[in-house]
Design a binder for this molecule. Structure first.
Ligand code: VGL
Ligand code: ZN
Length: 201
C-alpha cells in the first residue's frame, strides 16, 4: 500500500512536488550526461506524482535548457559535456514521465547555476530569479518535496534555495541520483542538505 511512497510526509494543497531536471540527457542511458540509475526515476516519480495529485498538491517541473554555446559546456571553457540544448531530444522529458504541471526552464540565456529558483551570470556572478518561487507563492505553498537529478547539483541547489526562501523542504531520497564526478559527491551533497535544514527522507 505505502511501498510506492518515496517519503513519509503527507501531501496536501499547501505542498508542491518539484521534479528537477528529469530529462533525457541525464535520465536516459543514451543521454550525453547520463546519471547512473537515472533511468529508473520516471517510474518512481510517476508514483509520487499520482500521490501528490490525489491530495490536490501542485506538481511543477524544472528543465535545464541551454543554448548550443554556453560557458557551462566544456566546448566553451566549462566542465560539462554539451547537454540539454533547448528543443533537442536531450532536453525533453523522458517519454514515460507523467507531465502534470508547468515546467520552469533555466539557463535559456546561457546563464550558469544549478538551482531551479535562480540563474547566475557567468561573468558577474549576479543571480536572477526564475519563475519558480512565484508559481509556489501563487498557490500558497508551504512545503516542497524535491525529486529528480542530480543530487549533487540541481537537486542540492534547488533544495537549499527552497530552505533559504522559507519553504519546509523535503528531498525524496529514493528518487534522486548523483553525478558523482568525484566519488562521494552525492553523499556529501546529502550531508550538506541535511546541515542546511533540508529533510532528506
Ligand atoms: C545539472 C550538471 C549540469 C543538473 C545540470 O541538473 O544537476 N548537472 N547541468
Ligand atoms: Zn546544465
Amino acid at each position: 500500500m505505502t511501498e510506492n511512497r518515496l517519503n513519509p510526509y503527507e501531501y496536501d494543497r499547501s505542498t508542491a512536488l518539484i521534479v528537477v531536471d528529469l530529462q533525457n540527457d541525464f535520465a536516459d542511458p543514451a543521454g550525453s550526461l547520463h546519471v547512473n540509475g537515472g533511468e529508473h526515476l520516471a517510474r518512481l516519480i510517476n508514483a509520487e506524482i499520482a500521490t501528490a495529485r490525489k491530495a490536490g498538491s501542485f506538481v511543477v517541473y524544472t528543465q535545464d535548457w541551454h543554448p548550443p554555446r554556453t560557458a557551462h559546456f566544456v566546448t566553451d571553457g566549462g566542465v560539462w559535456p554539451v547537454h540539454c540544448v533547448a528543443g533537442t531530444w536531450g532536453a525533453a522529458f523522458p517519454a514515460d514521465l507523467q507531465v502534470m504541471g508547468p515546467s520552469v526552464r533555466k539557463g535559456t540565456g546561457g546563464e550558469d547555476g544549478y538551482s531551479g529558483f535562480t540563474v547566475q551570470d557567468q561573468h558577474t556572478g549576479e543571480r536572477q530569479p526564475t519563475s519558480l518561487e512565484g508559481l509556489l507563492r501563487d498557490k500558497s505553498i508551504g512545503t516542497v518535496v524535491v525529486a529528480g537529478l542530480a543530487t549533487d547539483y540541481c537537486v542540492k541547489e534547488t533544495a537549499l534555495d527552497a530552505v533559504a526562501l522559507g519553504f519546509r523542504t523535503v528531498v525524496a531520497r529514493p528518487a534522486i541520483r548523483p553525478v558523482d564526478l568525484k566519488a562521494g559527491d552525492g553523499d556529501r551533497a546529502i550531508d550538506d542538505m541535511t546541515r542546511g535544514g533540508v529533510i532528506v527522507a
